[in-house]
Design a protein around this ligand. Structure first.
Ligand code: ADP
Ligand code: GLC
Length: 473
């Protein structure tokens, strides 16, 4: 079976968050299971693209309404990622450095989808399944069914995975002319709340949709930024499949981005060595428990709560604990976090920005990882932290609820709390501090979480079974 994944991100080519991680791993594990999986993504002017060898496999002209554009499909020559990687290159639209930073995002992603479909129309060997990820490719299931231009693709099955329902790619009806000739009796499929809504369109038109955890599938019917009713109606074709992690990239035993590798057997010593280096780097005290936060500084992640959580907990615990934050996002939160550091602080430090290597050093060196998320479709941070023996402290929502079991229950290994509130998180910190003083218990729990299997093996197979079930549609 031949499956093409469409995504705006794919690690290590371009990653902003977990979407990149998933697309860098899922196709690789699917190929190992015997599937022919590939990724087609926008071209970015980034290190990976500059430093690797690509060949042009297709080129043509297309148009966004009355705006013509030329495009090329480039293929990475060596299969370096473990699956075929294709880039859609459009001078002036898809040739820039950032993934999401531009005002013409609608034009970028519509052109990306049209170029991909124009190429597919001309390709003799069609894929069996097109697997769209998030709203950036959400119009594809509609276009292959309701545009005359893509009629010869209509037998291809479509799956849409929702990694984050908060972002839907809305644009006004004044831009409908970007789409090629479409069946005008079907335009209702494009609409949600008076706008063209690519995520809603994907959910309506795909054969099946998935969410990145079973709990998130339930939650979307209650809270999905205006799409609640749609998810209630379409629930029957939804499935929740939890993400996995790439064990080749995220393994404390072999990770090239940390200085001291360790396994379950050498956990205590190995973690301490990494913590020592990290604390030294950030001016923190190695003997105190180290709490970390890594992620986008946006409301979904509860990152606005961090400054107060940190200040309050330091006061309660008389500075006998440490905090480190790595992230970027909303300016107000960035500024508050910087202000808290105030030029120097012995028990807290912050790095504003994106730093892949530093994230690995923190997963390895911290004792606890905070995730006070308001919304968390799956969450990969808690899976990485567990792999590195760093106890996740998570709000019980979405994928966090599905992957972290509180240590107070039999076979548990993490810390969970109900609300994304300062009180709940501070109480969780209190529990963590108490646990930290019981070294034997903490060590047992760390070993337990490190031996959990969150590899892609199970989830990649679940996707394959889903594709197979589509054959009968
Ligand atoms: P989301 O996709 O919503 O951002 P996930 O938990 O699925 O959340 O994935 C986040 C990914 O991005 C993880 O690999 C995490 O380590 C990484 N990440 C987030 N912020 C940063 C940052 N500032 N520097 C380095 N890595 C980061
Ligand atoms: C999204 C979600 C995150 C999930 C990731 C990968 O960005 O916010 O929870 O882990 O996608 O599926």
């Amino acid at each position: 079976m031949n499956v093409i994944h469409l995504s705006a991100e794919c690690y290590p080519v371009a990653k902003v968050g977990g979407l990149g991680d998933v697309l860098g791993a899922l196709p690789k594990y699917q190929c190992l299971s015997g599937l022919k999986a590939s990724v087609v993504m926008p071209y970015y002017d980034r290190k990976f693209v500059r430093e690797n060898d690509f060949e042009v496999v297709y080129e043509a002209a297309s148009n966004l309404g009355n705006r013509p554009f030329n495009f090329q499909i480039l293929k990475e020559r060596t299969n370096k990622l473990g699956f075929p990687l294709y880039l859609v290159h459009i001078p002036g639209l898809l040739d820039r450095e950032e993934v999401y930073a531009y005002n013409d995002e609608t034009e970028q992603f519509v052109a990306y989808q049209l170029a991909f479909l124009d190429w597919m129309v001309q390709t003799p060997k069609k894929p069996d399944v097109i697997h769209c990820h998030d709203h950036h490719s959400g119009l594809v299931p509609f276009l292959i069914s309701h545009s005359g231009r893509y009629r010869n693709l209509s037998a291809i099955r479509t799956v849409c995975t929702i990694h984050n329902g908060q972002y839907q790619g809305w644009f006004g009806w004044n831009k409908v002319s970007y789409l090629p000739e479409i069946d005008l009796t079907m335009t209702g499929l494009l609409d949600w709340g008076g706008c063209i809504n690519p995520l809603a369109t994907a959910v309506k038109c795909c054969d099946m949709f998935t969410t990145v955890s079973p709990s998130y599938l339930e939650e979307l019917s209650i809270n999905s930024n205006g799409l609640e009713h749609l998810f209630q109606m379409e629930k029957a074709k939804g499935r929740g499949i939890i993400n996995g992690i790439d064990m080749q990239v995220w393994d404390p035993g072999t990770d090239q981005m940390i200085v001291n590798n360790y396994t379950t057997d050498s956990l205590k010593k190995g973690k301490f060595k990494n913590k020592k280096l990290l604390c030294h780097e950030f001016g923190l005290a190695v003997k105190k428990p180290l709490f970390a936060f890594i992620g986008r500084l946006v409301s979904e992640k509860g990152s606005d709560l961090l400054p107060e959580i940190i200040a309050k907990s330091l006061l309660t615990h008389k500075n006998k604990i440490n905090f480190i934050v790595l992230g970027s996002g909303e300016l107000v939160v960035e500024n508050k976090l910087k202000k808290l550091y105030h030029g120097r602080h012995k028990n807290y430090n912050v790095f504003i920005g994106y730093d892949e290597m530093l994230s690995h050093r923190i997963y390895a060196g911290a004792d606890f990882l905070l995730m006070p998320s308001r919304v968390e479709p799956c969450g990969l941070n808690q899976l990485y932290s567990m792999r590195y023996g760093t106890m996740p402290m998570v709000r019980r929502t979405g994928g966090l609820k599905d992957t972290v079991v509180d240590f107070d229950t039999p076979k548990g290994y993490g810390i969970t709390f109900e609300e994304a509130s300062i009180e709940n998180v501070c109480e969780a910190v209190d529990r963590a501090v108490k646990l930290y003083s019981d070294e034997t218990k903490l060590n047992t729990l760390q070993k337990r979480m490190m031996s959990l299997d969150f590899s892609w093996n199970t989830s990649a197979k679940q996707y394959i079974n889903l594709y197979k079930s589509l054959k009968h549609l």
